[in-house]
Structures are given as C-alpha cells and as structure tokens.
Design a protein around this ligand. Sequence first.
Ligand code: ATP
Ligand code: MG
Ligand code: MG
Length: 549
Amino acid sequence: NEEKSLNFIEEIIEEDIRTGKHGGRVLTRFPPEPNGYLHIGHAKSIVLNFGLAQRYNGKTNLRFDDTNPVTEETEYVESIKRDIQWLGYQWAEELYTSDYFETLYEYAIKLIKKGLAYVDDSSSEEIAASKGTPTEPGTPTPYRNRSAEENLRLFEEMRAGKYPDGAKVLRAKIDLASPNMHLRDPLLYRIKHAHHHRTGNNWCIYPMYDFAHGQSDSIEKITHSICTLEFVPHRPLYDWLIEQLEIFPSKQYEFARLNLNYTVMSKRKLLQLVNEKHVEGWDDPRMPTISGLRRRGYTPTSIRNFCERIGVAKRENIIDVGLLEFCIREDLNKTAWRRMAVLDPVKLIITNYPEGREETLPGENNPEAADGEGSRDIPFSRELWIEREDFMENPPKKFFRLGPGLMVRLKHAYIVTCEDFVKDEAGNVTEIHCSYIPESKSGADTSGLKVKGTIHWVSIPHARTVEVRLYDRLFNVENPAAEEDFKKTLNPDSLHIIERAYVEPDLLNAVPGKGYQFIRKGYFTLDTRSTPDAPVFNRTVTLRDTWAK
Ligand code: ATP
Ligand code: MG
Ligand code: MG
C-alpha cells in the first residue's frame, strides 16, 4: 500500500509535531459565517480541517464567525451544523465569535493604551482616500495623533451608543507607508446599531474580520488556522495583532479555494438565485450547496472523496464538475441497489403468456456487493412497460434491442421475440407484440439461445407511477461568475420533469438518501419532499458521462 504524499499543510504540521511546537497538539477550526448554506467549497475546507485533526490526533472547533449582525440568521446556524454532521464530522466545541465580544473589546482597549489604536472621525471615503495607493504612501487623518486618554474615552462612548453609524471607527496605528495596504492603519471596529442574532442589542460596535478572526483563533488556542488564498495579504496583520496583544500565537496558512465550473459558489450569488426564485430553495438539487447535493442523491463519501482527490493546492484553479460526478458514480456503483424503471413507456404484450397469469422473479439488489445484498421480488405478467427507444420499426444493423423479428432478453426474466406491433393514426407505436421462450428464464435458462441485448421493463398491472426529475447544469457557461450578469447564463433546461414514469413496486420502499440505480437510466434517489401519495425521484447522475461540451 503506497502512502499518499503529504500536502504542504501536512508537511508543516508534521514538522511542528517533530519540533514539539504546542506540545505536538493540533487544533484546527472551521469558521463559517452564518449568512447562507454551506456549499461544496465549504466542504473542501471542512474535509481539510477535520481531516487534519483526525490524521494527527487533534480536534476541530466549529466557530460561527458572526461579527456581521445584519446578514446572519439562526436558520443558517442550524443548517451548517446539520451539513457538517451529515458529511461525517463532529466538532470538539461549538463556538461563536460573538461570545468573544467582551474579550475583543478588552483587546482593543489594550491596543489603545499601548498607543497602537485610535478613534478616527473621518468618513469611509476620507479614510479610503487617505490610504494612498500601492505605489504612494497614505497620509494621516487629523485624528491619528489623539492621546490614549482621548481615544479611550471616545471608544467607550462608541460602545455606549453615543454616536450614529459611520460617525467614528477604531483603527490600528501601524504604518501608512507600508507596501501592504492591510497594514495602513486598518479598521478594527465600526459602529452599527443593529440587532444581532445572539447578542441582541447589547452591542452597537462590531469588530472587523481582521480584528475578530485571529484573536478568536488565539482565544481558542488554535494551532493551525487554515484559510483561503485571498487572506495571504492579511497575514502580516494577523501576526502583528497577536504579537502586540501578547496572546497565544496561532498561525495562519492559506490554500486555494475550490472553484467548480458551470456553477457559482459565492453565498451572495446563491442567495440571489434563491430569493429571485431561479431555484426552489437552498436545497434545490441543482444547487452546489451541501443540502442541494444531498437532496440530489450525493453521498457524504462521494463528497469527501472528491475533496481528497482534488487535493490542497496553493494556486487557484477551476475543477471540472465532471470530477464530482465521477466520484458519485464511483460510490453509487458500489452501493446503489438496482431497480427497474421505465421513463418513456410503450406497451409490450407477450402473446403466448397466458392472460391472468403472473409470477415473481428474484432480482439481486447489488451485483457489486460480495453477497449481492439480498434480492427483491419482481412481478412479471403478460403486459409490460418498456422504453419507447428500445423498439425500432426499421432497426439498423447492430440494434440489439427490439424490432420486427428481433430477440432480446428481458432483465431477470425471459427471452422474447418481436412478432408484430401496432400504430395509432398519428403513426406512433402503441403496442409491441412478442412471444416468449419459456425455457429461457434467467437463472434456469436451458434454451441454448444467445442474445446480445438485455432491456429493462415493468409489469403493467404491478407498476407504480412516480414523478422523475432529470437535471442538467444550472448554467450554460463554464464560469458564470465572470459574466456581467451571471443570471443571464442560467440554463433554461436545467430541470426536466417526467410526470408519469413506471417503476417496480419495491421502489415504494425507497427512502431519501438511499441511492438506486435505475438500470440503464442512471442513479436516483427519493426526493426529500416526496410524499407516499406522490413519490418523486431525483436523478443524481447519469450512468456515464454523456454530457457533450
Ligand atoms: P462565500 O464567498 O461563499 O461567502 P466565505 O469564504 O465568505 O464564502 P465563510 O462562511 O466565511 O464563507 O467560509 C467558511 C470557511 O470556508 C472559510 O474558512 C473559507 O475560507 C472556507 N471556504 C469558503 N469558500 C470556499 C471555497 N470555495 N473553497 C475552499 N474553502 C472555502
Ligand atoms: Mg468569510
Ligand atoms: Mg462571504
């Protein structure tokens, strides 16, 4: 068994363990902002953070990064927890940045007392203008040299609610000439008179990401704080704050975020799709959200495998959604139970099978499993549904299905020969007449006949009617986010509904999340909103990659 090579974060951790840093302890965190549902990009971060902890005997905290009172909701908190657990992970502690608001406030006081932070009355435009450009240094605003005493008083008044939104901010006093714009006296606190989903109206000042994130890492004694590449230029500030505050030295490491083609991945854009009803909701099976993928029939294993397979990169790239589909096919091929379903039905009558007779044929659940995982009973009778495309009036050579005079095996049943067919006035085939060979029963075939094709079928008197939903890409272009208006590239045919498909009766025992292979038609799962009176199956993925680019 070949050891898979270490990714760069694993190399860092192994080195840290070797040198005894933090006593060999590994504590990571997953820090979602509760302003939307998790998507496949978050899964990448979850698999990485929880995976590292598992590998190195460590732990992972779940920390809700809830410093923005306006966009955050408890509904999102609940969905995030559900999705992480569904992916197969359990956090050590459930924490909230808002629980640290008092500590963060004290940290700010400490910086002010050290002369390293000041209250600035400038407007956001004035501050932006005074920051200079990457090639030209910034200029101090008139408030930069306030005394520590004055800053303390003003900051306390900010907290006490004396000033309206935007009237003042707290800034770190670092270096207005730094080549790193993030070090040009970054904002630490802003005034926002808003209700927070956990702290209510206790606060009207809220810490900025840069002041909250690293400090929260430090409070929790996170050893390896892993984030995406856009935070590389924030790292000097992350380190500066920890150093000046003299608190636990967490370290930040960056990897490339996951981008997937034919979809969008920012929560803001996904929220637009939901709010403007381009999709049914966050868990619409076409969405790249964890809940959408789950409803579509993706398994936790397939998503974890996908994240492992793409690895941890240091450079941005776009992953082909075909790889995600490969991973779910690979898993479902091993685990899905095989069933028969006819999506576009036409009637087949076995003329030499006595009217009123029926029998039950065994069908193995899973030919990929060593024990087959048992079998179900499939009812068989004189009249069957088969797929319309499995019959041709004038078949070409090598059409190994049905046509006048052609023979085919009915899966798990008999060999039949097509003798006749009936058309309606419009020229559509309405009935196919066949005879069957009684000695050709599957498992007890003494007919000596060899046929090339096998087709699926459902006994008409036993068939159950279900709705089937087939999905295609949600967008027509590879990188919708690069378009001026990404919604203009929505694929109008991303959902195809078949209102009446026929399935074998055992499929009424299906439960959401259990994968079924509808033989020759793809992998399906019962929709979570399906009811016993009106069952709905979602196609997770086709059997093969049939999508033409
Ligand atoms: P969005 O842009 O969708 O709002 P975000 O980064 O603001 O994403 P957060 O809730 O802050 O969303 O993300 C939680 C964690 O997940 C962060 O550590 C973030 O880096 C990581 N993450 C988010 N999107 C991706 C992605 N596409 N690939 C890898 N990690 C991601
Ligand atoms: Mg974020
Ligand atoms: Mg965001």
